[in-house]
Design a protein around this ligand. Sequence first.
Ligand code: CUA
Length: 329
Amino acid sequence: MTSLAHAATWDSATALLAGTPSVLDPAGDRAETIEQVWWILFAISAVVFAVVAFLVLLAVARRSGRPLRGPEARDPLWARVLVLVGGVAFPAVVLVGLFALTVDTLPAVSAPAEEGELTVEVEGMQWFWDVRYPEEGIVTANEIHIPVGTPVEVRVTTGDVIHSFWVPQLNRKIDLVPGKVNSIVLEADRPGVYRGQCAEFCGVQHANMAFFVIAEPRDEFEAWAGRMARPPGEPADEDAERGRDVFLEYGCGGCHTIEGTEADGELGPDLTHLGDRRTIAAGTIPNTRGWLAGWVLDPQHVKPGNRMPGIDIPGEEFQALLDYLESLE
Ligand code: CUA
């Protein structure tokens, strides 16, 4: 289970970034229901396509040579019946049937979680995901940990424009609409890291608005939650301590929060437990020292249009800042 390792390595992070989540690889009951509908739609579409293609080819091959006008141009009765049945009645029956099938599926993928289950609040922002566990007092970003085999209610809203929260292997999409809280239930029946993606165009970096759902056994989840509910410890060494001062001196706290310090900005992702996360900038780059350095110096190069300005920090201070950020676990 290397994919569940706490720290992101280059390999695990790049594998995640490249991973393509598929509706056809479901990891829970709700996603399985959606997969079944997908296969039924695919099968019916394939049959209809084959029949229509066959009829078109047949029509081309058997041109009757009849004139286009005059009494002789009139189609025989069987041909008119075929058009009516094949062109109107049959599609109507198929479309109404498929509509009923999808409507029938909705309750199965929209069911509210039972009482007392875990609740996670997610706020979409251009372009990252703010993640909170109100009961547990956890604030993080772009990664949602859940215990395996437990329905988790995710309540979503947006801080700016419309986004859409989608983890193809766990459930359907749910839109994040201004002034409204929508909810969806995620439940994974096996441990794993499931990639999620914003599914509603929300600006130039819409494609780089990814997130991860990390499903882990209950005891591992509890250990994670316990660690996340505490502020990070005091910087371990002088460099990291200097790094904390650099963070505050350069005004990073105007946009970012780090619990236990004066930094309480809310424009950017909460960095209290940055070191816990696998990626930076909502699944855009791996969370390694090198990428972190590139990100802080020139975030507009990595993810053009995002709200973070590049900061020019002298080398020694910059290394201390990286030491500090890396220590936030
Ligand atoms: Cu957020 Cu697309």
